[in-house]
Design a protein around this ligand. Structure first.
Ligand code: PAF
Length: 323
């Protein structure tokens, strides 16, 4: 009898242990705060994955670049030290050069155009390219149209950028575009940026309203010019090492969770496009809106060659043709 009881107790203990082991916590890394558009998207991913899997997977955020800059986190996905990352495409072209097509300045007309491209055939084709490079592209998400901020002066024309030390992402297209527009581009990982602005290592930076508000850049930048010079897509990426070990059903949950993440992020981008500029003004930034974009676009045009020299103009023309 004693033996039987012991055997039953051991079996229960083993089942308990294996159930506990079966629960897997998925870490979702990103560069911004938990309340930002990325944080909201990361949480939607976690909640959807937990719900669809009936608790087989749970999740937690590693926000604010805790696990490194976006480039480091993408490398982490390739070697399996990261599970899932929400990132801009800024550093992704270093891994999948075809993606540079999405980072070309003055390419997308507006949010509807960008979302139609990413949600259509072109978006699917680029996700497939990403999958050929030791990464899994789960879904396109969104960062937003980027604008220039700086501590020195209002920027209305390319001449006003002259000599400004401007932090850019580690992205060859952006660096080339800003050097043609007259600034001195300084590529830097985002986690170093606030201190660099504070200490005057750089005079300015460029990011969407979503990021300028989430990062409280008004504490270190007096001017924001609504240049909208480039649309900044984001993407939910996963590690192929993680996904290869899953069943088809489990992988399906990850794709569904990424879609939910994208919807939540875009909803927050929409909200901040409405409310964010007022917030910048309330916090003392001078917001420059009377900007003629044509001279910026003309100068930035030569940055297209970073992409077209290698891949030609076909994809760019297809993107432009999307209604
Ligand atoms: O500027 C960047 O590096 C990106 O826009 C950011 C803020 C990390 C969001 O993807």
């Amino acid at each position: 009898m004693k033996h039987t009881l012991f055997a039953v107790a051991s079996t229960i203990a083993v089942i308990g242990a294996s159930t506990a082991q079966a629960e897997r916590n998925i870490v979702v890394g990103h560069a911004l705060s938990p309340t930002s558009h990325y944080g909201i998207g990361a949480q939607a991913f976690i909640d959807t994955l937990t719900e669809l899997s009936g608790g087989e997977f749970t999740g937690s955020q590693a926000p604010a670049g805790q696990l490194g800059g976006e480039r480091d986190m993408i490398e982490g996905l390739q070697i399996g030290s990261m599970d899932v990352v929400v990132t801009s495409t800024g550093p992704l072209g270093n891994f999948v050069p075809e993606v540079y097509a999405l980072d070309l300045p003055f390419l997308f007309r507006d949010y509807d155009h960008a979302r139609a491209v990413l949600d259509g055939d072109i978006g699917q084709e680029l996700l497939a390219k990403i999958d050929e490079n030791q990464l899994v592209g789960l879904a396109w998400s969104e960062n937003g149209f980027r604008h220039v901020t700086n501590s020195q002066r209002p920027v209305r024309t390319p001449a006003d950028l002259d000599g400004l030390k401007l932090r850019t992402m580690e992205n060859r297209v952006h660096m080339e575009a800003f050097s043609q527009m007259g600034a001195a581009p300084t590529p830097m990982a985002f986690p170093e940026l606030f201190t660099a602005l504070q200490q005057g290592v750089v005079d300015g930076q460029e990011n969407p309203v979503t990021v300028i508000t989430a990062s409280k850049f008004w504490e270190v930048q007096g001017y924001v010019s609504l240049t909208g010079h480039v649309y900044s897509p984001a993407i939910v990426l996963a590690s192929p090492i993680l996904l290869d070990g899953l069943t088809d059903e489990q992988r399906g949950w990850f794709y569904e969770a990424a879609k939910a993440s994208s919807v939540a992020t875009r909803t927050e981008v929409n909200r901040l496009e409405e409310a964010g500029v007022a917030l910048l003004r309330e916090n003392g930034m001078e917001v420059i809106t009377d900007i003629d974009k044509a001279p910026f676009a003309e100068l930035a045009q030569s940055s297209y060659s970073v992409y077209t020299d290698q891949y030609g103009t076909e994809l760019v023309e297809r993107i432009q043709a999307v209604e």
